[in-house]
Design a protein around this ligand. Sequence first.
Ligand code: PLP
Length: 388
Amino acid sequence: MSLGDISAAPLEDWLRERYFDASLDISSSGVLNYTLGELRELLGLETSELDDVIFRDSPSTGCEELRETVAARFAPGRADAVMMTHGSTEGIFLALSALLRPGDEVVVLDPVYHALSAVAEAAGARLRVWELREEDDFRPDLDLLERQLTPRTRAVVVNFPHNPTGACLDAAGRRRLAGMLARHDCHLFWDAAFGELVHDGPPVTAPTEAEGLAQDRVVLTGTLSKAYGLPGIRVGWCVAETRLLTEMVRIRDYTTISTSPLNELLALRVLRDADRVLLPRLDLARKNRAALLEWAAVHDGLVTCPTPVGGVSAFPRFPGVPDVTDACESLLQRHGVLVVPGRCFGRPDRMRIGFGGDAEEFTTGLERVAQVLGEASPAVPVQGGSAR
Ligand SMILES: Cc1ncc(COP(=O)(O)O)c(C=O)c1O
């Protein structure tokens, strides 16, 4: 397999054809998007500061001030290990391409966000699967991971909180993971896209040195796309040991070369004042999550919904509908409601529902989901909500 053979991303295929036609988007794994105006007001950012940007090339790993700011929040003391990227997608692509060679083994989650497995596969790695089991409500079971580790394991790739299920690894789990991987000659690749979107506890990040894993063995990616409501800004970052960063720069010279100074300025201002941008969205997501769980309780029989510990996506199952794809099409055609069918994550009887958006739109969207899925599973009477 070569890079050009990389497999299609069913999630992106689904969204690209429908995203711009939806009037009620409850599909997203990110929080409610900000406008530039809202952002400028929140941060006290003047247009004159934007006018002063010179459109020259930035350094290959991003401007120093921004790397220091990322390090201060996500990897204290490691500014030299930070590379700014075009969303975390670029960080995932560069780091896995730099890290893996044909014949290496990589452990990936299932269900999985496509980039985290497809890039490894395109790099020639052999995938071994760490399943998040439905019967465990997708809670990660480290015994299952342990069985997948071999002397050829080069990386274990995870994303916690997890897209699409919202499952997470708790502190004891992170310590056990650190101890397990310390005994293997491999990297831990930790996608922290949703690390700051945790609902009943503090933010979650990769195991630290204190938890037993040397930091040069950890690759961490992060993004402004999810918790910060800024997917269109295309700013992410990757924290990795210097040797790996050098390889990533070599590969980047053939793709994006560097990041935009305008986006770097915006990212710098956001991350310096991160909570101002983050906390209102986290508050909204927590309220929506409560509404989601209440909705699932009201529609017991139609839907079962594992409680998302973090992130803003849930992955409910509709036991009466073996494949929800047609119902998802119908939701969009009849009601303008966009969701993601579970087949995009290899689970056709489930649906990804995003709960990070506007509260009213979210509850209206949920009513429509119950209505359409209720019709698709005739044994279940449609509860509550309008039947329009
Ligand atoms: C787990 C995970 N990682 C990475 C990404 C990539 O996001 P971005 O490139 O916008 O940072 C996504 C987007 O959905 C995601 O869900």
